[in-house]
Design a protein around this ligand. Structure first.
Ligand SMILES: *[C@@H]1O[C@H](CO)[C@@H](O)[C@H](O)[C@H]1NC(C)=O
Length: 214
């Protein structure tokens, strides 16, 4: 189903930390098929705890040049990230005019220092409709991290919605933050626009489970 999956495996050591007794004592090793590390622990009989790693990265975006492994978030629009004084924010890249737009107290336009979301396994990622006004357990599960809003200390996720007659990609502030939701901008006056209901980018590969109980 997926082109490439990177799987790593949970292991433990017998080391104790006298000064930091609460420090967790496990790590993930790369798993090479046919080779279970000696310090791996069985989660169930003959089953090990694995973690499927996300398979995306940010490339520098050079105007006029869309990398082959970039994915369109909407028709003719790409997922971007820009460095703002308040953090690394999710942005909408417009290849038509070689700009990236984000929302931070309104519309902010970037023409340089833009990064673009790329993956060699695009089918691993899909847009899921969510409504943050009707929260439920696991609603944000497997959402793809798109940046960090440092001033409120929140991870940002990647969302999109139809607004002012176009599809806009923007930052998602997770629940339960007061500012939760998808943030885009009005082209008319540059004011912010917040959505409860929108599409969020999710990683489908992280649903894989190597161990089931019961
Ligand atoms: C580029 O195009 C988009 C979409 O039409 C627009 O929102 C944005 O403001 C444009 N950028 C500039 C610098 O004109």
């Amino acid at each position: 189903m997926f082109d490439i999956l990177y799987v790593i495996i949970l292991v433990h050591t017998s080391t104790t930390f006298a000064k930091c007794p609460r420090k967790s004592n496990y790590y993930w090793r790369d798993y090479f098929p046919g080779n279970i590390p000696e310090d791996a622990i069985e989660g169930c009989a003959d089953r090990y705890i694995g973690q499927v790693q996300s398979n995306y990265y940010w490339r520098d975006y050079f105007p006029g040049n869309i990398p082959e492994d970039a994915i369109e978030g909407c028709a003719d629009r790409y997922i971007g990230q820009v460095h703002h004084v308040r953090g690394d924010l999710v942005a909408n890249i417009y290849p038509q005019n070689e700009t990236a737009v984000t929302e931070e107290e309104g519309k902010v336009i970037y023409t340089r220092n833009i990064r673009i979301f790329c993956t060699p396994t695009p089918k691993q990622y899909r847009w899921e409709k969510i409504d943050v006004s009707k929260p439920f357990e696991g609603q944000m599960e497997n959402a793809v991290k798109g940046g960090l809003q440092a001033n409120i200390n929140e991870n940002l996720f990647i969302g999109k919605a139809f607004h002012e007659g176009e599809c806009k990609i923007g930052k998602v502030i997770p629940m339960p933050n007061t500012y939760k939701g998808l943030w885009v901008w009005y082209n008319a006056d540059g004011q912010p626009a917040r959505f409860d209901e929108f599409y969020i980018l999710k990683d489908t590969a992280t649903h894989s489970q190597l161990c089931t109980v019961g």
